[in-house]
Ligand binder design. Structure first.
Ligand code: F6P
Length: 361
């Protein structure tokens, strides 16, 4: 009999509930108990936030977006900012308290579902003696080693669907539509949705762009009697020699800046340089919402079940990964070493160039 804790950390992604579903069922079949920690490590700090999960509690959640456990991308337990009585911010390390409670509550292991930030935290806990298994989640698909993270396919489907809808309005008005998509410092969502959604231009962090080249592509379209254009911009894209555009200071406890604004900047440059009617929109959190696609559901269920098999084998400190269609175990330390960027020689990029998509280079 084992007692397993499970948590979801970082930004939510479609498929989190499917992982929870698989873990609960796979543990139940083995006669083990599962407890869900609310809002990341909340359950390790307050027993009321640690909830028992049985198959009954997770009925049909595999098809639901979000996470029944709640999540947070603020407040790393190793350096958590808190306000003291005088209203000043102090950074405290609450990891020891979490370790103590983890042991006191009698857990055998912790299945941590998260992106690079949450997996880095899980790795640090594993160095302190927590028996951890990682499950790779993020719509950004920027985690190393695993071919895919769950959530990405759904985000791409949402963005592609939006692009499909924009074609008719852009065409009716002879307009340029600039669509800003998520992805943080990588261009996976922009590239996959841009190719699939008929973009004329894709701008992504891996290829700093020249706005003149973007405008040339729009003028080229007009010469070929195509009077509208669709431009997809990843939130982390930047002009050659320019900086990433952010919304300023992050929120308290959030370790990364909140990106956003590059789409509007690109649109205003296009408007003033080409005189074309240009509009921009930000897809934002729509990309994180909704029911996971079949691909993401299946991947998330496979990750959850594989994580439980790793618990059974005792392969702790590892993350489940999709490698050439197989479920593999890789050290979490390997997966968090760096971020996975789009390979500029990949077939997808070559495909995009072959079908005439401009990258502003
Ligand atoms: O990492 C997932 C992600 O959606 C990024 O693509 C985006 O930059 C960020 O999270 C947004 O975070 P928040 O939900 O805090 O606005």
């Amino acid at each position: 009999m084992k007692k397993v804790a499970i948590s979801t950390g970082g930004g939510d992604a479609p498929g989190l509930n499917a992982v929870i579903y698989a873990v609960v069922h796979a543990c139940y079949r083995r006669g083990w108990e599962v407890y869900g920690s609310k809002s990341g490590y909340g359950g390790f700090l307050d027993i009321d936030e640690m909830i028992r999960l049985t198959p009954r509690d997770v009925e049909e959640i595999y098809a639901q977006g979000g996470t029944i456990l709640g999540t947070t991308n603020k407040g790393n337990p190793f350096s958590k900012p808190v306000k003291n009585l005088a209203g000043e911010i102090q950074v405290v390390d609450i990891s020891e308290k979490i370790m103590k409670n983890y042991k006191r509550m009698g857990f055998d292991c912790h299945i941590a579902i998260g992106g690079d930030g949450s997996l880095e935290i899980a790795h640090r806990f594993s160095l302190l003696g927590m028996q951890v298994i990682g499950v790779p989640k993020t719509i950004d698909n920027d985690l190393e080693i695993t071919d895919r993270t769950f959530g990405f396919d759904t985000a791409v489907a949402t963005a592609t669907n939006a692009l499909d809808k924009l074609h008719s309005t852009a065409k009716s008005h002879d307009r340029v539509m600039v669509v800003e998509v998520m992805g943080r410092d990588s261009g996976w969502i922009a590239l996959y949705s841009g190719i699939s959604g008929g973009a004329d231009v894709i701008l992504m962090p891996e290829i700093p762009f020249d706005i003149e080249k973007v405008c040339e592509k729009i003028s080229d379209n007009e010469l070929r009697d195509k009077d509208y254009s669709i431009v997809v911009v990843a939130e982390g894209a930047k002009a050659e020699g320019g900086e990433v555009i952010s919304k300023g200071e992050g929120e308290l406890g959030r370790e990364e800046v909140v990106l956003g604004g590059v789409g509007e900047w690109v649109a205003s440059e296009i408007r003033s340089r080409t005189d074309k009617d240009t509009r921009s929109l930000v897809l934002g959190h729509l990309q994180r919402g909704g029911s996971p696609t079949t691909f993401d559901r299946l991947l998330a269920l496979r990750f959850g079940a594989a994580a439980v098999r790793l618990v059974e084998e005792g392969t702790f400190g590892h993350m489940v990964a999709l490698i050439s269609s197989q479920m593999k175990a890789v050290p979490i330390s390997e997966a968090i070493k760096s971020r996975k960027m789009v390979d500029l020689n990949s077939d997808k990029l070559l495909t995009a160039r072959d079908i005439g998509i401009c990258f502003g280079d």
